[in-house]
Design a protein around this ligand. Structure first.
Ligand code: FAD
Length: 477
């Protein structure tokens, strides 16, 4: 092994938590290294983590392609556009998705260069610690030894498998296999009606698969505001996405003819679902495989997550952890915010993440987005609130787009009018939610939004109108 290379900060993991932490630390003047082990199909480096390689980015690429197909198939005719002989070339769609992923991988490698960050392609593991810091081994094409005073662990998460049913990525698919299915399955099963399950189910349903989603919980999207979740469920039912709630999954058998899933319905009836492919999306497990956390005594909790305080400090001096490998929502933008905050804390600044204003988005059609508290949370907390809603049906731009599903909903404090939560289901709400995030970050009242001039005709007028609805004075409904 070559001599130990020394850095001020070593970041383990090049996903959104890690690569953003590395960039911010470099901007603050530190000598930074980032180690990431993800390999592309040719065995080369593919930084960007789950998000770039098998998560946020490829799923959105496939959602876009399948949405175009669905529009051409079912909705172009409304505009007078006739399409004959419409076909779907799945391999081309997958190749496009791979190109989008590669553009993002290359973009991150460029950013490392631009910010003078040393990138190591391989797996990092702790070797030892002494008064000067931490020594790590990088196992890549060659073995390297590196050391740093500060270490930021951003090793992400892996898909959780059902006990006794490992992923084979042929018939039983994690998010990874679900993004690589080579032909539209006739019948697709999904276990778990969470964000990832609904997005993946939507892609393959739009392309013609008959999709059945089995969910163990009795309520649909329990973390989402109930009124919004109900509206979304109505839309998914209409599209033909079959969602069965409150089921208990039993034996799963996989063979050359596909997969059969025995389950009990909410009413207690025994059923069997036979499908060509099964996607299991029942959550993700923090990943510390191969990190050799024991060598330095890095503390993990019972779920395998690295234990951190509110500032992302671990139990070890100058070792920090961010993103999916620690507590909190498994979201790329949460990981990024933590990465920035940690780099700033290392520099003696006061980095801060406001967990109350982390937005959530589900990129189905209709999209679902929210920030802050739901109506059921406010009720449970006994908080006095006012609610205002505005349907996209009454929004001129939504009518022109031909997509009037859904609504915007504001929840504001009954006395002060401070915005406590904003919930949306409908067209392009993944973009509309930012206004609500800004408003909540600045502790705005519903009236503040109601008094702001919004462009006409735009979907954002629904946000203004929902804010007006809090005081029962909508103008267009
Ligand atoms: C299908 C799907 C869709 C998603 N869509 C969204 C979305 O739309 N929006 C959103 O906000 N979130 C989404 N997510 C979640 C998002 O991908 C994660 O929250 C995010 O990637 C977490 O970032 P991270 O940096 O903590 O970890 P990761 O992105 O998992 O990156 C960790 C990196 O560390 C590397 N690594 C691990 N151990 C080592 C080691 N010992 N040495 C070297 N390298 C190591 C891994 O190879 C990986 O590259 C989605 C997830 C999935 C699965």
């Amino acid at each position: 092994m070559a001599d130990t290379k020394q850095f001020d900060v070593v970041v383990i993991g090049g996903g959104p938590g890690g690569y953003i932490a590395a960039i911010r630390a470099a901007q603050l003047g530190f000598n930074v290294a980032c180690v990431d082990e993800w390999k592309n199909a040719k065995g080369g480096p593919a930084p960007g983590g789950t998000c770039t390689n098998v998560g946020c980015i490829p799923s959105k690429a496939l959602l876009q392609s399948s949405e175009h197909y669905e529009q051409a198939h079912h909705h172009f005719a409304d505009h007078g556009i006739q399409v004959e002989g419409l076909t779907m070339d799945v391999s081309k769609m997958l190749a496009r998705k791979d190109t989008v992923v590669k553009q993002n991988n290359d973009g991150i490698l460029y950013l490392f260069k631009k910010n003078k960050i040393t990138f190591f392609h391989g797996r990092a593991s702790f070797v030892k610690t002494d008064a000067t810091g931490y020594e790590l081994k990088v196992a890549g094409a060659a073995e390297e030894s590196i050391s740093a005073k500060h270490v930021i662990v951003a090793t992400g998460s892996n898909a959780r498998a059902l006990p006794g049913t490992p992923f084979d990525e042929e018939n039983i698919l994690s998010n990874d296999g679900a993004l690589r299915v080579g032909a539209v399955p006739k019948k697709l099963g999904l276990i778990g009606a969470g964000v990832i399950g609904l997005e993946m189910g939507s892609v393959w349903r739009r392309l013609g698969a008959e999709v059945t989603v089995l969910e163990g919980l009795p309520t649909f999207l329990g973390a989402v505001d109930e009124q919004i979740a109900k509206e979304a469920k109505k839309a998914f039912d209409k599209q033909g996405l079959k969602i069965e709630l409150g089921v208990k999954v039993g034996e799963i058998k996989s063979g050359k003819d596909g997969v059969s899933i025995a389950y009990t319905t909410a009413k207690g009836e025994a059923q069997t679902l036979s499908v060509d492919k099964l996607i299991v999306s029942i959550g993700r497990v923090p990943n510390t495989i191969g990190l050799n956390a024991e060598a330095v005594g890095l503390k993990l909790d019972e779920r395998g997550a690295i234990v951190v305080d509110d500032d992302c400090k671990t139990n070890l001096p100058n070792v920090w952890a961010v993103g999916d490998v620690v507590r909190g929502p498994m979201l790329a933008h949460k990981a990024e915010e933590e990465g920035v905050a940690v780099a700033e804390r290392i520099a003696g600044q006061h980095g801060h993440v406001n967990f109350n204003t982390v937005p959530w988005v589900i990129y189905t059609s209709p999209e679902i987005a929210w920030v802050g508290q739901t109506e059921q949370q406010l009720k449970a907390a006994g908080r006095a609130y006012k609610a205002g809603t505005f349907p996209f049906l009454a929004n001129g731009r939504a009518r022109a787009l031909g997509d009037t599903t859904g609504m915007v909903k504001f929840l504001a404090d009954a006395t002060t009018d401070e915005i406590l939560g904003v919930h949306m289901v409908g067209p392009q709400v993944s973009e509309l939610i930012s206004e609500a995030v800004v408003a909540m970050e600045f502790k705005a009242s519903a009236e503040d939004i109601a008094r702001i001039c919004h462009a006409h005709p735009s979907l954002s007028e629904a946000t203004k109108e929902a804010a007006l609805a809090v005081d029962k004075r909508t103008l267009n409904f």
